[in-house]
Design a protein around this ligand. Structure first.
Ligand SMILES: Nc1ncnc2c1ncn2[C@@H]1O[C@H](COP(=O)(O)OP(=O)(O)OP(=O)(O)O)[C@@H](O)[C@H]1O
Ligand SMILES: [Mg+2]
Length: 240
């Protein structure tokens, strides 16, 4: 892959809004409220790429890997061959290390951001991964007791991904599902890309809407468009 290559998300409407896909080595935040589809979207991107032989690693900071795969297959019955891709290690879902160490009280103090970064690097190298998902960055930020160094640490994580030549997607929990309440968190400025998922409350239901707030190096669409979680995958109804 050359430096001007792209990673397609494999989600037609989203790729068309991105004029093809995400530039390689771009590090992107997928932000949304609870249940917006952040985890499913990121795993679908890995799945779509794995089908084309591009290996990826999913680092789960919260949910058990078995749980994630079960939910993915329940939501997307057509993608049940994900099991084969996991068996062949084209997709690796890692949830034992580092997340269990963070959760385990005895290791909490010892387990620093630095060790997490090096564990993630080991997973990338071991699997020759080209795409990495971290689910979620919000959880990762909790292990940083020293908030002053948080920004420096995130920059180090991004620099590490760049050095390893990977393209990453990091989920981020928004405290509101409404677009009008979107606050530009300091984290958002550090990353190359920001894609937001909103569940806007309407009279009797929530409307699912998405937009690309930024994607460095791409003349992307600025439209706010509907999306849907369907049994055939996430659909983005792009209008550009
Ligand atoms: N079979 C299905 N058909 C349609 N929608 C589904 C199906 N299964 C799950 N969903 C939708 O997907 C949502 C969960 O998606 P996902 O776990 O990716 O969200 P998330 O943004 O990661 O949430 P969290 O912040 O809790 O981690 C559910 O709330 C539901 O709306
Ligand atoms: Mg999730």
């Amino acid at each position: 892959m050359t430096d001007d290559s792209i990673i397609e998300t494999g989600i037609e409407g989203l790729d068309s809004m991105l004029k093809g896909g995400v530039p390689i080595k771009n590090q992107t935040i997928i932000a949304g409220g609870p249940g917006a589809g952040k985890t499913l979207l990121c795993l679908e991107i890995l799945y779509n790429n794995a089908k084309r032989g591009i290996p990826g690693v999913f680092i789960s900071m919260e949910e058990d890997p078995g749980h994630i795969v079960r939910n993915f297959k329940k939501a997307f019955p057509d993608f049940s061959d994900i099991d084969t891709l996991i068996e062949k290690k084209i997709i690796v879902i890692d949830g034992q290390d580092p997340s269990s160490k963070i959760m385990g009280t005895s290791d909490y103090e010892r387990y620093t951001f630095g060790t997490i970064v090096s564990d993630i690097e080991n997973e990338i190298l071991k699997n020759n991964a080209k795409i990495v998902v971290i689910d979620s960055l919000s959880m990762l930020s909790l292990v940083l007791t020293d908030k002053v160094n948080y920004r420096k640490s995130v920059l180090a994580l991004i620099a590490n991904f760049n050095r390893l030549g990977v393209t990453s997607f990091l989920t981020y929990e928004l405290d509101s599902s409404e677009r009008t309440n979107l606050k530009f968190e300091a984290d958002f400025f550090l990353f190359d890309g920001l894609i937001t998922l909103y569940q806007s409350s309407q009279e009797d239901r929530r409307a699912f809407l998405t937009e690309i707030v930024k994607m460095r190096g791409v003349d992307h669409s600025h439209a706010l468009v509907p999306y849907e979680i369907t049994s055939q995958g996430i659909k983005v109804y792009s209008i550009n």
